[in-house]
Design a protein around this ligand. Structure first.
Ligand code: PLP
Length: 355
């Protein structure tokens, strides 16, 4: 290393970053990452393995993932003018969108919101702005419109439902933002399976909708997709790495989408548990849990105790997410993913004894 000067070798934006930290969940009940706790029946797994058996591992995957793309377009009832781009998780799509922007572009989202919007903007040297949500976690429309006016953002990210707050923003406010901007509006619908709302039928002009199969129950496969006007998607295809979706992911997601009923049953179970968990949380003294349209719940703990409570829950074998360090509206807040009934029970017991 003696001859290397990392300080001049790498861009200052990269040097300034702290790595995205993923907690080690070994041996813990994992309720930190919005994963679906359920897997498949042995019968379904057998059928899936039979499908994988025919995957030609010696060949590069279909660079356009045509079969899967067609399935996604059909299942989402997209018209011919709308195209779909696949990514290695929607994280990769966020990165692709931002890589495509000119230097000095501005990117707008909300605070709090999904951390990758800012993280990737920062290391690409783009100008990121997060407009604070209102006290009830909705869009501050006047502030958003003022930021659009001031920065003329190339891209606006809106997570719908929002992570980590779990709520759906007011749709009329989103419409006004769409109409006010000259840039792209990316509606990030990572939690659509748990929400009864979507902008998918609004995809046109500057509106794009991004989804992922991660929260649905296939986080290990890494597949996200974005739907938008053909001309926009075409530009993104140019900078996408040619074989970004591997052959096993293409085949597995295709198989999963042909067997969608499994997911609707699991999603229904998760939403039922969400209601029970919300009520259980709100029955605890000192805890305020917020309504969620996603598969997680954000809750507020007594002042200055979030980190202590988080650690005490972890010491009892349950890993959730401490969002208190993000500050602002998330001060004193923790986020828990809705798991199986027994996992949720273990979490609630751990929380109760931690309070
Ligand atoms: C989890 C999450 C993503 C990332 O999904 P992947 O497809 O797993 O990369 C994107 N957006 C939001 C809002 C999320 O919560």
């Amino acid at each position: 290393m003696s001859k290397l000067n990392l300080q001049t070798l790498f861009r200052p934006e990269v040097l300034a970053l702290s790595a995205y930290h993923v907690a080690n969940a070994q041996g813990l009940i994992k309720l930190d990452a919005m994963e679906n706790p359920y897997t498949w029946s042995d019968e379904l797994k057998q059928a899936w393995l039979a499908r994988l058996k025919n995957c030609p591992l010696n060949r590069y995957p279909d660079p356009e993932a045509r079969e899967l793309t067609t399935t996604l377009k059909t299942q989402n009832q997209l018209s011919d003018e709308i195209d779909v781009l696949l990514g290695n998780g929607s994280d990769e799509i966020i990165q692709l969108l931002l890589i495509a922007l000119p230097q000095n572009s501005h990117v707008l989202s909300t605070t709090p919101s999904f951390v990758m919007y800012k993280q990737i903007s920062d290391y690409l040297g783009l100008n990121y702005h997060g407009v604070s949500l209102t006290d009830n976690f909705d869009l501050d429309l006047p502030a958003m419109l003022a930021a659009i006016e001031q920065y003329n953002p190339a891209i606006i990210f809106l997570a719908y439902p929002n992570n980590p707050t779990g709520n759906l923003f007011d749709a009329e406010s989103i419409n006004k933002i769409i109409n006010a901007t000259n840039g792209l509006v990316i509606i990030d619908e990572a939690y659509e399976p748990f929400a009864n709302a979507s902008f998918m039928n609004r995809v046109a002009n500057n509106v794009l909708v991004m989804r992922t199969v991660s929260k649905l129950g296939l986080a290990g496969l890494r597949l996200g997709y974005i739907a938008g006007e053909r001309e926009i998607i075409e530009q993104l295809h140019k900078i996408r790495l040619p074989y970004n979706i591997n052959v096993l992911t293409q085949a597995s997601v295709q198989f999963a989408l042909e067997n969608k009923t499994v997911f609707s049953e699991q999603t229904t179970a998760i939403c039922d548990e969400r209601t029970l968990m919300l009520n259980a949380l709100n029955s605890l003294t000192g805890v305020t849990a917020y309504e969620s349209a996603a598969n997680f719940i954000l809750f507020k703990t007594p002042e200055n105790q979030a980190t202590k409570i988080f650690e005490a829950i972890k010491a009892q074998g349950v890993l959730i997410k401490n969002v208190h360090p993000q500050g602002g509206l998330l001060t004193d807040c923790l986020r828990v993913t809705v798991g199986t009934p027994s996992e949720n029970k273990a979490f609630l017991q751990a929380l109760e004894s931690a309070l």
